[in-house]
Design a protein around this ligand. Structure first.
Ligand code: PMP
Length: 314
């Protein structure tokens, strides 16, 4: 992280290197935090930084916080306002990643959720790409299972739960793959280490439903909406078996950081002909237009960083 970036911490804007937390911070030891990952897309044409689905991400932060018995100190609207100010103060003129974090901040021993103070921090930083994979991703089905909701809340974006993703990701990458696909405890396809997953068969998109211990991704919802509204492609949410991954015509994954990435191969089986299929190609191209403000029908998903500041200060 660039030490000079402006962040929002403990209720005010400060430099990244001045916003410190103590070594005994509860969340650092017990994973008692929850967070979001939001993308901002720069439009040179509009001289604008579009924050994508900021409200949807902050609604999910509120939901995660509730599960962790936390109280977010701001409404969704206030968080949107703080975030646009943060990005404007950093004067970003390129793509960004925004990382809001709620964390339990007491500096003491004792694992629990109740009677611990919560803090909010929001960091924003320049961001290019998560995967460098124009040729598609080489994936493996992980030996690690996706955390089950009976163990820890899969639908909350909880810091501690990310050890599950980290184990799977490192196993996959150190074995020579780009990404891991995790099965749920009962053996159905759940998701990638930080992405939701889709398969295409005979013109229909299938994706694991919300009861498959997935994080209900904002990008997942977006792609499902675009598939139906823009291209008339049916989307079915249902349990998916491992071997269906091998026989699908297309497989792709989605996430705020990753965008839409097609999968080239899974455990040495080439998906389709190994290139980006027609459904992924259409959706990826349209998604790219939506996030950069080129599709007026979907402007409702965008928050303008600079225009909204002007309106706020006039
Ligand atoms: N699953 C997991 C475990 C993730 O970390 C992410 C990234 N937030 C996703 C799915 C995709 O969610 P989104 O599209 O909201 O970024």
């Amino acid at each position: 992280m660039d030490a000079g970036l402006t962040v929002y911490a403990k209720g005010r804007f400060s430099r990244y290197d001045e916003a410190k937390i103590g070594l005994m911070t509860h969340a650092l030891h017990y994973g008692t935090g929850c967070f979001e990952g939001v993308r901002g897309f720069w439009s040179a044409r509009d001289e604008e930084l579009y924050l994508f689905q900021l409200e949807e991400h902050y609604e999910r932060l509120h939901a995660s916080a509730k599960i962790l018995m936390m109280k977010v100190p701001h409404t969704v609207a206030e968080l949107v306002e703080i975030t646009t100010e943060l990005c404007a103060r950093n004067n970003f003129r390129g793509d960004v990643y925004v990382r809001p974090l709620m964390y339990k901040s007491n500096e003491e021993i004792g694992v629990r959720l109740h009677d611990v103070h919560d803090e909010l921090a929001i960091m924003a930083m320049p961001f290019d790409r998560y995967f460098d994979a124009t040729a598609g991703l080489n994936c493996t089905v992980s030996g690690w299972r996706r955390i089950d909701d009976t163990t820890a809340p899969a639908r909350a974006k909880v810091t501690g739960v990310y050890i599950n993703s980290a184990l799977a990701k490192s196993e996959a990458v150190l074995d020579g793959y780009d990404e891991a696909i995790l099965l749920s405890a009962d053996g159905h396809v759940s998701e990638g280490s930080a992405e939701n997953i889709f398969i295409v068969k005979k013109g229909v998109i299938y994706t694991p439903d919300a009861s498959q211990n997935i994080l209900e991704g904002c990008t997942r919802k977006t792609l499902m909406t675009l598939a139906v509204e823009q291209f008339g492609i049916p989307v079915v949410e249902r349990a998916i078996d491992r071997s269906e991954l091998f026989t699908a015509e297309e497989v792709f994954i989605s996430g705020s950081a990753a965008g839409l990435q097609f999968v080239r191969a899974i455990d040495h089986r080439v998906v389709g002909d190994g290139t980006q299929g027609p459904v992924a190609t259409k959706l990826a191209a349209f998604y790219d237009r939506v996030v950069r403000g080129m599709e007026p029908a979907y402007h409702r998903w965008l928050t303008r960083t600079y225009a909204s500041r002007k309106t706020a200060t006039v």
